[in-house]
Design a protein around this ligand. Structure first.
Ligand code: UD1
Ligand code: CA
Length: 463
């Protein structure tokens, strides 16, 4: 059976009190509507239509080609919102999932079970419901004596008996596409909020003798609709727990899951250990057998097998297998480290390739550089890449040795196997296997220390 999805995302999200449009607020680093769309894709929806309104352009530019869009200019209610998709989907046959863009915790497994129950019973509608002692603000699911779903009543329209019902509508449904659009034509706005409620479709279908089912999830998290920042933080915590659990079940050791923050799209290989205080973000991919953290912040980076990253910040960096980084290193965009590289404490690398086996062990800045294999960069050596207007490249070829406290004034090249003496300021390229020394020659003045001390003491005594 053909499957489609309609994602409701036109509401303003006033209660977020934010400049950012509600469904674009991230949960574990990914906008809520991104979570919802990914979930929908996992149940083989061939078409996904997102109803946009407030912030339409921002939502479209974030989701791009992943969906089709319909603009709902005025937010007249969830039923009105779904109806906006009629031009695109009205003539389709099949199952249509309707889901809200602010329910990031609905899982693919639940959506699959809901859809399969719906399809195997040839139902007109199946509602995802949940149970809680405090269903404040949610629509109540009213069932008949034999347990079949009769209708959904919004809290604001509830009688006292209906208000006492604890089973509620999560806002996720599966519909027979043709029956959904036919029923929507009959929905009116004759209710407390004067809105066209999607939930009225349920009662309308039951009245027409159609099969309507309820599928209850026992995971309350799935029902959370994020309307304010409190719910956002709750969704964040629950999503974080879920992500950490998934990695642990896949063979990753997380020493302290409560202090480990892993983004929704991060991948980690087995037998990697993640230490406390670590934040892994974006599309970071980490290999097997790595040691990550403690206290590291890694964004959009690729890390090979067996790497060790301690107390460091990485952004859009690549780290080869068995390479060690930190403590206290900063790898900025386009830092590309080969295998068995060593980057030590207080080293900053930006837009620089450092090939296999090279070492930058302490207190260096390497920016806009190409460093060969087995190069040793001494303590405090830096590339001087910027003249206030232009960035220039430093090249250091294989097996070169850069002494401590060297300034390499770019553009400059140090040839293969060359040796740059500590304390040198290098302004001209160094040929292969040459030794470069660029500092004033040392002079010792015999006994002069005594003289200086005597002079200083005399000056003080005079005062
Ligand atoms: C809705 C349900 C309620 C359910 C709850 C679950 C209705 C009438 N009520 O209530 O039964 O318990 O969700 O979270 O459906 N939207 C539009 N256009 C509109 C109105 C809303 O796109 O004109 C979007 C919103 O952006 C949001 C979603 O639809 O993503 C739900 O709307 P919201 O106003 O939050 O509905 P609830 O009052 O929470
Ligand atoms: Ca809501």
């Amino acid at each position: 059976m053909k499957r489609m999805a309609i994602v409701l995302a036109a509401g303003q999200g006033k209660r977020m009190k934010s400049k950012l449009y509600k469904v674009l607020h991230p949960v574990c680093g990914k906008p809520m509507v991104g979570h919802v769309l990914d979930t929908v894709k996992e149940v083989d929806c061939e078409r996904s239509v997102v109803i946009v309104g407030h912030g339409a352009e921002a939502v479209q530019s974030y989701l791009g080609e992943a969906a089709e869009y319909v603009l709902q200019e005025q937010q007249l209610g969830t039923g009105h919102a779904v109806k906006m998709a009629k031009d695109l989907l009205g003539s389709e046959q099949g199952s249509t999932i309707v889901i809200c863009g602010d329910t990031p915790l609905v899982t693919p497994e639940t959506l699959k079970a809901l859809t399969e129950l719906h399809e195997s019973n040839k139902a007109a509608a199946t509602v995802l419901t949940a149970y809680t002692e405090n269903p404040k603000g949610y629509g109540r699911v009213i069932r008949s004596e034999n347990g079949s779903v009769l209708r959904i009543v919004e809290q604001k329209d509830c009688s006292p008996e209906e208000d006492a019902v604890r089973e509620f509508n999560t806002g996720t449904y599966c519909f027979d596409n043709a029956k959904l659009f036919a029923a929507l034509d009959k929905v009116t706005n004759n209710n407390a909020q004067q809105e066209y409620y999607l939930t009225d479709v349920i009662g309308i279908l039951v009245g027409a003798g159609e099969t309507v089912l309820g599928y209850m999830t026992d995971d309350y998290a799935e029902s959370i609709g994020v309307n304010d920042r409190l719910a956002l933080s709750e969704a964040e915590r629950l999503m974080r727990e879920r992500i950490n659990k998934r990695h642990m079940l896949n063979g990753v050791t997380i020493i302290d899951p409560t202090s480990t923050y892993i983004g929704a799209d991060v991948k980690i290989g087995s037998d990697t250990v993640v230490h406390p205080g670590t934040v892994l973000k974006g599309h970071t991919v980490i290999g097997e057998d790595c040691e990550i953290g403690p206290q590291s912040d890694i964004n959009d980076s690729a890390i090979g097998d067996g790497a060790v990253i301690k107390h460091s910040v990485l952004d859009q960096a690549e780290v080869g297998s068995r390479t060690t980084v930190g403590p206290f290193a900063y790898l900025r965009p386009k830092a590309q480290l080969g295998e068995d590289v060593k980057i030590g404490d207080f080293v900053e690398i930006k837009n620089a390739k450092i090939a296999d086996g090279s070492k930058v062990s302490h207190l260096s800045y390497i920016g806009d550089a190409v460093v060969g294999k087995n190069v040793n960069v001494g303590c405090g050596a830096i590339t001087v890449n910027y003249d206030g207007y232009n960035k220039s490249i430093t090249e250091i070829e294989d097996d070169a040795f850069i002494g401590s406290n060297v300034n390499l004034i770019a553009p400059v090249k140090v040839g293969k196997g060359a040796y740059v003496v500590a304390g040198s300021t290098i302004t001209h390229s160094v040929p292969e296997n040459d030794l470069a020394i660029a500092r004033t020659r040392q002079e010792n003045k015999p006994g002069y220390a005594e003289k200086i001390r005597a002079r200083a003491k005399a000056k003080k005594d005079k005062q």
